[in-house]
Design a protein. Structure first.
Length: 323
């Protein structure tokens, strides 16, 4: 079996972790299993390449290495959005034209976007950079709610560790689920991770409302376990329902219903992280009525389940019921 040639394109300052995501999946052989990939690195200029953690890596190959690659990996790009040299952009375009698969890990998506390889396509990057990517490249359909996006010839991953998810997915596509599972087992990792990257994003600071809405918002967040209809909120604020809805949209960028749902989900996340309350009790405390409803909302908005979220982020270690 001929080896699938993977070449990672480095750029100073290079993140060692993003590079390691690809190197560990494609460059580490399995005991007693024939190798399926070869792995090497290159840079625009061979020589020492500075890293984000202070040391330098010696890279002995230039952009000519991309001419032989079956898969090209861009393992992050620092700072995100910094212009890539024209020689790098053209080398990526040329590799894509001749049929190489082009893969971006984390902020490497910015370089693929500069090369025009993401125009008219879905793509993702680290959750901190999705808004910047969308603003800088309006022809790219940025999806912040996934761990990776694969179009076959071009693929992008969300932040940092999601690069491993993408690389394992590519191995699954190339050689099947059994071989990918062996690679994952060798790395002591699950072959497929549940959920989206939004479960890892920090809870955003609330949009600023003027003084007229502030008391209402404070009251509502302390009564999430109560039925909070638009009419009840409007009565509490001393406004008509229509006026209150308009003020929410103007000041918070969301309807009262969407704002309340976000507060309830954020409160549920805190309870799942910091307590061992059953999922049913968490749902009741945040006003989502039942565990079934909480699970449905979690799946829709965070791409995971309350149980899986607690296992990933919970500070308590008591056993939880079904997620």
């Amino acid at each position: 079996m001929s080896l699938h040639r993977v070449v990672a394109l480095l750029n100073p300052p290079q993140s060692p972790f993003e590079l390691a995501c690809a190197a560990e999946v494609f460059g580490s052989g399995l005991p007693d299993v024939p190798a399926r990939y070869s792995f090497r690195v290159c840079a625009e200029r061979p020589g020492p390449v500075r890293t984000t953690v202070g040391y330098a890596m010696l890279v002995d190959a230039g952009l000519a290495a991309l001419r032989e690659a079956d898969t090209v990996v861009v393992p992050g790009w620092q700072p995100p959005g910094a212009p890539a040299p024209s020689s790098v952009v053209e080398a990526l375009r040329a590799a894509h034209r001749r049929g190489a698969r082009i893969v971006a890990i984390c902020t490497g998506a910015f370089v693929l976007a500069q090369a025009g390889l993401l125009d008219g396509r879905r793509a993702t990057t680290h959750w901190r950079g999705t808004a910047r990517l969308a603003a800088a490249f309006p022809r790219v359909q940025v999806d912040e709610d996934v761990l990776y996006v694969d179009h076959g010839d071009v693929a992008t991953s969300a932040g940092t560790g999601a690069g491993i998810d993408l690389c394992l997915h590519l191995v699954r596509c190339d050689h099947g689920a059994a071989y990918a599972a062996e690679v994952a087992r060798n790395m002591v990792l699950p072959p497929h991770r549940e959920g989206s990257q939004l479960q890892y994003a920090t809870q955003p600071a609330p949009a600023k409302a003027d003084e007229s809405l502030a008391p209402l918002l404070e009251w509502a967040t302390s009564h999430l376990d109560s039925p909070l209809t638009l009419d009840r909120l409007a009565e509490r604020a001393g406004l008509s329902s229509r006026t209150l809805a308009r003020r929410f949209t103007e000041q918070l960028g969301a309807s009262p219903g969407k704002w309340l749902l976000r507060q309830r989900l954020d409160a549920a996340r805190v309870l799942l992280e910091e307590t061992d309350l059953p999922v049913e009790a968490v749902a009741a405390r945040v006003g989502l009525t039942s565990a079934v409803n909480l699970r449905r909302r979690f799946r829709t908005y965070l791409g995971t389940t309350p149980g899986a979220y607690r296992r990933a982020f919970g500070q308590t270690r008591q056993p939880d019921g079904p997620g």
